[in-house]
Design a protein around this ligand. Sequence first.
Ligand SMILES: [Zn+2]
Length: 535
Amino acid sequence: MVRLTFYGGINEIGGNKILLEEDGRRLFLDFGFPYKRHKLFYEEYLKPRSGAGLLDPLAMGLLPPLEGLYRDDLETPGLWQQFRPTSLYRELDQIDGVLLSHAHLDHSGYISFLRDDIPIYATAVTAFIAKAVQDSGKSDFDQQVCYFSPTVRGCPAGWRQEACLTGNTARQQRQFRIADREPEALSTNAIQFWAWGFWEKTGRQKELVSSPLGTHTDCSFNLRCFPVDHSIPGACAWAIETGSGWIVYSGDLRLHGKRAGLTERFIDEAAGLRPKALVLEGTGVLRETNIAEHEVYENGLKAIAGSNGLVIADFSPRDIDRLLTFLQIARDTGRKLAILPKDAYLLKTMRLLEPEIPDIAREDSFAIYQDTIASKSPKLWLRNICREYDSKIVLADDVSSAQEQFILCFSFFDLNELPSIRPEPGSLYVYSSSEPHDEEQEIDFRRLHKWLEHFGLRGFGLPVENNGQWQVPDGEQGLHASGHACGPDLLEIARRIKPEILIPVHSQSPGFYIDHLSRSGIDVILPAVGETIEV
Ligand SMILES: [Zn+2]
């Protein structure tokens, strides 16, 4: 008997944490950051207290109370006495690993809390993106996916109570096991990237103390990893062989992207396993059609060609396909695509594994925008990028004095560079991302509109509010290709794989599958938070 228990991703987009158990062997399918529930309680200035360790996420229902699963150094005295009487409490003595589907934090973020001897199974690209994002990001204590600095329990001076204190303890690296290539086949540069940041000083020498990447073949379950197409490279689906048959987990996927062929192959091979159960995402169930990436290119080109002044393009740079779409638009309009140093770091990292990613140094249409106000001591990765691509660096004044020569890759959080750039009135702000999903994002959208108004920028593709609904104006649609399959495509995926049981996750409307698959011979079972489905 296989038991599947759902601790996240139920009636919400993301936060997936699915426990699969058979005969004392256990795997988690993703261990994501639960954005929706987090936002119910927290915002930028009200966050879980890092000094309280596990207490806050457990008490607020962000983490399931599973004793034995989490890092010891985040345990405060008396912690488990408090949670033993709660309904979801369990003691877990062994976890064989986490099967990570991709490097979006809603799937990976809460790996930060897990014991560091639990291996993380992922594709090489997912492992590398996770590290690049952590190296170059702010990385709060609850988003440290690849490595962390263990806290030490102690009393700060003048304080009567102990806390989990972040000290100068050596960083500890998680064990990643890559499933789609042999670690020995990685280039020296790739291995150095993985080890970067993990050295100890012995006298005058620095010695690498990184734990190398392992392979997935040591798992107690027989695993299959299928690359799929999603809005971040490296995404995969998983299949786990059990006594009840194969259990397939889709992760997030689509059939309309540039790498749709990967998803097609996954469908065929998963169908060939005649799976007992399919755990399938349902983000886009209510969407009828898709916009393809080449339409984004065409619509973006139409908007940008012939526009005067500066162009700002707002999209997620971790969506490498989108970044390459805008690179092509930059080439075709005779502009340079100015990316941020963290985007350059990500691209450089990706190229270690995928040589077809353009080389920033050799691509004339790339520039790197350096922030106007630097911190007193910029981080080492940032100094390295700025040194390596020195000839590509542009400053606010460079952009300001040649505005018609640039497409700036900015998002909402980069807008405070505008006072230094002083965009010419009539400059263009192209919005190529998804519409607001919650109140907080709506507030940010209202602010974004104010910024554009203030600087006389023309928005294009930017959702506007109409009777409480946010919609992209007519004639400006088609600038965002979703990372998720639409309803008809998801039904096609389910019908072609044809599992005995389908379990929807990562969806606001999981009932869609019951409504549409009732006569398909597939038994749809809706999971509930903390409940177990036996297959
Ligand atoms: Zn997701």
